[in-house]
Unconditional design. Structure first.
Length: 170
């Protein structure tokens, strides 16, 4: 029975890989541009210390970011939070809550937020005309399930939000 399960999983994986190669992608990166680059900021001290090579180890509260399949190996409810202060008033926040919902099954939620704080605005002549601020957010819902002692599958739904506030005019 286990051999049949492996064959089905391999077949499904190959089907998805071939299907995705022929599916037209409406989003294409252009030279010098990148969307949601705030998601490249490493989440968690352990993952950052490993140079973001944390995918195989993510069976904790960082699984919503690094590998949703790790949710199938949770031992209990976990919470993770992070606050980073960057230059000027730029700050990065992260919060994650994960919980087992059955034997070998886990459910989690995470939120990432990058805010610029107040930035001094100027007009075309360099005269100050008030402050403005921007923020970026990513909110994830994650489910993972263990298939065998060494195999699990996971899925993530992510909503990304960006607010670019205009500076006031005089």
């Amino acid at each position: 029975m286990t051999r049949n399960l492996y064959r089905r999983l391999i077949g499904a994986g190959l089907f998805m890989a071939v299907f995705s190669m022929f599916w037209p992608s409406p989003l294409q990166a252009s030279s010098g541009t990148e969307g949601a680059s705030f998601l490249d900021i490493p989440i968690g001290a352990g993952p950052a210390a490993l140079g973001s090579a944390y995918t195989a180890l993510a069976s904790d509260a960082y699984a919503p970011v690094w590998n949703p399949a790790g949710m199938g190996f949770l031992n209990g409810t976990e919470v993770a939070a992070q606050h980073l202060s960057y230059l000027e008033s730029i700050h990065d926040e992260f919060l994650s809550v994960v919980r087992p919902v059955g034997e070998g099954k886990g459910l989690g939620f995470s939120a990432q937020y990058l805010g610029t704080g107040d930035i001094a605005g100027t007009d075309n002549q360099g005269n100050p005309n008030g402050n403005y601020s921007d923020h970026y957010g990513a909110y994830s819902a994650v489910y993972g399930q263990r298939i065998t002692d060494r195999l699990s599958l996971g899925v993530t739904g992510k909503w990304i939000n960006a607010l670019f506030a205009e500076s006031p005019t005089q």
